[in-house]
Ligand binder design. Structure first.
Ligand SMILES: Cc1cc2nc3c(=O)[nH]c(=O)nc-3n(C[C@H](O)[C@H](O)[C@H](O)COP(=O)(O)O)c2cc1C
Length: 196
């Protein structure tokens, strides 16, 4: 049976929309039927066989995405769901899972902390506990088949004053496009088998 998968995304500055489209293309190339839709415009999504929810870290995982999943978690509880997170700061985790949930980290965008016993604020924002622990707790009915974590983009000219200050003083990351399309496509290609 050809699966029908929904890729639903939220974005702050636009780059996660392109990541969601790339995931959709990889899945279509593997003969999966895919719709890629922005979160604000989803309507009834009950007809799909699997779901990928993609959004950036914006302090925590994108607030609109967390609220959507919290509100719809019971309807999604029995369906295969994957989460895709774009971000700037990510520490290399020792395990490929968190709380029993399989985790895929973009291998080119992980950092090893200078002193693991004393993380600075930027490093604290890159721990799996911060990146996915809180969000998994907020949406307990969904146990994702995988969480993919990928480098995003940073263009300070697209941010409001609060965003600029948060990046400058907490995230402390240089500008650029850190999306690793090979890693994104590798992860996307592995999803249909996990969603069987
Ligand atoms: C206000 C703000 C807060 C952010 N918080 C985090 C964060 O906590 N951790 C992180 O790694 N990246 C953080 N980022 C970086 C974004 O996740 C990154 O730029 C992402 O690629 C944005 O995706 P978008 O273009 O789809 O909005 C933040 C960016 C902004 C503007």
């Amino acid at each position: 049976m050809t699966k029908k998968i929904l890729v639903a995304y939220a974005t702050n500055a636009g780059s996660t929309a392109e990541v969601a489209e790339a995931v959709g293309k990889t899945l279509s190339a593997n003969s999966t039927e895919v719709d890629v839709k922005v979160l604000d415009n989803l309507g009834d999504i009950s007809a799909y066989d699997g779901y990928i929810f993609a959004a950036p870290m914006i302090i925590g995982w994108h607030k609109g995405m967390r609220e959507y999943l919290a509100a719809n978690q019971n309807a999604l509880a029995d369906k295969p769901v994957a989460y895709l997170i774009t971000l700037l700061n990510m520490l290399k985790a020792e395990e490929e899972s968190f709380d029993g949930v399989p985790v895929f980290q973009d291998p080119t965008h992980v950092k090893v902390p200078a002193d693991p016993a004393k993380l600075n604020p930027a490093e604290q924002h890159g721990s799996l506990q911060h990146l996915i622990g809180d969000m998994l707790k907020e949406v307990p009915a969904i146990k994702p088949v995988s969480v993919g974590l990928f480098g995003g983009t940073l263009d300070m000219s697209k941010l409001n004053l609060f965003g600029k200050l948060f990046i400058r003083f907490i995230i402390r990351h240089p500008e650029g496009d850190f999306r690793n399309w090979d890693a994104i496509n590798e992860w996307a290609g592995s999803l249909p088998a996990m969603m069987e």
